[in-house]
Design a protein around this ligand. Structure first.
Ligand code: NAP
Ligand code: HSE
Length: 428
């Protein structure tokens, strides 16, 4: 089995996340790509900080990672433009594949670095640079490649969306929520990049380049952040039926003139983007063939971002040594199909019952015998002796137990079958 040797620059929120992910997902990665990924060197600024990795792996000499003949892939997770630019360029010049999450770097030098990667016949992949866990780069490059993209409207900064959502929902002040976003690892090392709209703009520049082939300089586009947003405006907007979000807009009717901008925007509350809260991002894409499509997921944080970085490693492994994109299954690890009888679910149960004393007690006894708890009951008032609906919501139950209970309940003399059963998904 092939082992890919990786040098990792940066061991902060995302770098440490990648280290942990590669340790905990070794078997899954073997299954997916018949390969292992081994980090051999890690560059950090402060070598004395405790990090839970063997100290001989650490270095402060960034460029040694890029020149190291043993490494095949350089993962850049230090952020910022320099020394990241020199590092990535040197790595490509030295024949490494590069994976980065650095949108500031790509917005400033993406065109040149991608051209260098192509010239060197190496990958420069950057799925984590836009919209965190949402595979929006692969979606645009692959799944939607046959569409003319008419517009992209994105909530693509987790920190800003987290701040705006909590200010609106909990009436918290800006500074309190920003501190929380930093604690959770959502914000950039320089949080001004988030709240002043620059991080969103960097991502918009990358998306515009992918879709329209137009690389613009940050100074050429309109960028307004959320620093001056007042809770009062959120309240007035809500009364008018709107929600305030920081939106990136990238659109072109003909591909000849492209509108790229970032600013706080009022969205009608009925629009799907208005219900994207907290650290979640969403990208609404209109294509000439697909019409409207929405992509939604966590936009920042160690695990979601790591998922995107690791996906790029997998892409390199698959492209360089083509393997099946299906997992490798052996007799030992073959999964089984879970029978419906074993599934746990909550249920809505509507019964037609004769309205008389003791009915609910008998139904509850049957459910309890099958260890099924009732979470709520509705019974509209009726006249004694009339048939009335009785609606029960029950807690998680095994399908087989629930169906047994249902049969017993349907057989009760005061029930008029059939019972109506609908499974409940709480998305917890
Ligand atoms: P971070 O927590 O600030 O970590 C940065 C790491 O880089 C630290 O380990 C730091 O070393 C190291 N570093 C910085 N400058 C260095 C230098 N000159 N030489 C050697 N090491 C250096 O940053 P992060 O949140 O992980 O973000 C990393 C990248 O991912 C950024 O480009 C960011 O925009 C991007 N990103 C982040 C997220 C997120 O949710 N956090 C999501 C998507 C993309 P020390 O530990 O010694 O200080
Ligand atoms: N600071 C960025 C954000 C990280 O909050 O969206 C993810 O790119």
């Amino acid at each position: 089995m092939k082992t890919w040797t990786i040098n990792l620059a940066g061991f902060g929120t995302v770098g440490a996340g990648l280290w942990n992910h590669l340790q905990s997902h070794t078997d899954l990665l073997r299954q997916r790509v018949q390969a292992e990924f081994k980090i051999q060197k890690i560059a950090v600024r402060d070598i004395a900080k405790a990090r839970g990795v063997p100290s001989e792996m650490l270095t402060t000499d960034l460029l040694s990672l890029a020149k190291d003949p043993r490494a095949e892939i350089l993962v850049e997770l230090i952020g910022g433009i320099e020394p990241a630019y020199t590092l990535v360029k040197t790595a490509l010049q030295n024949g490494k594949h590069v994976v980065t999450a650095n949108k500031a770097l790509l917005a400033a030098h993406g065109q040149e670095l991608l051209a260098l990667a192509a010239k060197q016949n190496r990958h420069l992949l950057f799925e984590a640079s836009v919209a965190g866990a949402i595979p929006i780069i692969k979606t645009l490059r692959e799944g939607l490649a046959a569409n003319k993209i008419l517009s992209i409207h994105g909530i693509i900064n987790g920190t800003c969306n987290y701040i705006l959502s909590r200010m609106e929902a909990e009436r918290l002040d800006y500074a309190t929520v920003l501190a929380e976003a930093k604690r959770l690892g959502y914000a950039e090392a320089d949080e001004a990049l988030d709240v002043d709209g620059h991080d969103t703009a960097h991502k918009a520049i990358i998306l515009a380049a992918l879709v329209y082939g137009l690389w613009v300089d940050e100074n050429q586009i309109y960028i307004e952040g959320i620093r001056k947003i007042d809770r009062l405006d959120q309240e007035f907007a809500a009364r008018l039926g709107y929600t305030l979000k920081l939106i990136a807009i990238i659109q072109s009717a003909d591909g000849k003139e492209v509108d790229i901008r970032v600013h706080p925007t009022l969205l009608p509350q009925r629009h799907v983007l208005a219900s994207v809260h907290g650290v979640f991002n969403a990208v609404a894409i209109r294509g000439d063939a697909i019409g409207d499509a929405l992509f939604y997921g966590r936009g920042a944080g160690a695990l979601p971002t790591t998922s995107a970085v690791a996906a790029d490693l997998i892409e390199i492994a698959r492209n360089v040594l083509p393997t099946s994109s299906l997992p490798i299954i052996t007799a030992d690890n073959a999964p089984r199909l879970k029978p419906i009888a074993e599934v746990l679910s909550r249920y809505y149960l509507r019964l037609n019952v004769v309205d008389r004393p003791g009915v609910l007690a008998q139904i509850a006894t049957i459910l309890s015998k099958h260890t099924i708890g009732i979470s709520s009951v509705i019974q509209p008032e009726g006249h004694p002796g009339d048939v009335v609906p009785l609606i029960l919501m029950v807690h998680d139950a095994r399908e087989s137990a629930f169906q047994e209970a249902r049969k017993e309940i349907e057989a009760l003399p005061f029930i008029s079958p059939p019972a109506i059963v609908i499974r409940v998904e709480d998305f917890v």
